[in-house]
Design a protein around this ligand. Sequence first.
Ligand code: GDP
Length: 297
Amino acid sequence: MAFEGLADRLQSTMKKITGKGKVSEQDVKEMTREVRLALLEADVNFKVVKDLIKRIKERAVGQEVMESLTPGQQVIKVVKEELTNLMGGEQSKIAVSDRPPTVIMMVGLQGAGKTTTTGKLANHLRKKHNRSPLLVACDVYRPAAINQLETLGQQLSMPVFSMGTEANPVDIATKAIEKAKEEYNDYVIIDTAGRLHVDTDLMDELQQIKENVKPDEIFLVVDAMTGQDAVNVAESFNEQLDITGVVLTKLDGDTRGGAALSIKAVTDKSIKFAGMGEKLDQLEPFHPERMASRILG
Ligand code: GDP
């Protein structure tokens, strides 16, 4: 499970301070030192850690702790709140267009879990929000990607719009939206092409799709197992496409958690969903507070 190492370390650090009837500056210093090391070891971005520790320190030696009857617990509350804020505070929702269909563009590197997440998201929208999505195969470079989406559509009994590998992705996306209007599909989820690395051809194509279809959401799918790389990928996709949210996949693996804890701070875009397995129902809305509670025990 994700975050195990980080959770173990933070929980033992917090244990030392929980019952304290008085918290000295020295206690805070030791606690923040351990938190800092634990976060760095979990592969959280260096600058993110620095800023976070500064905020925790300021608050932990401040009035809210000193005047509290249970200062030890108050310090832990501060750490939990700051971890929650780091991951984005309140969980944010998916846009709903007042002129349906709502268009969601899925972007990301190859292998991140984009196609799988397209299926999972469609399933989520139908199950939890009673929507009827149309899935769109815009990865024209890999016939396997189109087949994969069609298979997901069959498993979900949901329509998939594809024009094969010869058509232009902008045309496919545009026609798919017309089709969704005719068929009363209220969401259109576009599975775009990925590459092994961020490159200009890929970004040009994604920008063209964006300009033409004006999506309500652009979700970047990143693999949590890739740690700091995931953060760098998020930074460059955000610069080029101004994404609206992130889906972090493979959080069921033994990721150290650095990506989950750095992406919001680095890109200022929230993690909206977490992929927790390969199955179509293994997508969960990302709740920063619950995640912070899980990490701190
Ligand atoms: P794409 O190239 O970005 O479209 O990636 P795919 O959707 O084909 O996914 C790549 C691999 O990651 C597949 O084997 C998926 O089953 C797997 N995968 C996707 N999301 C998750 C997840 O949340 N957890 C796990 N364990 N595997 C995932």
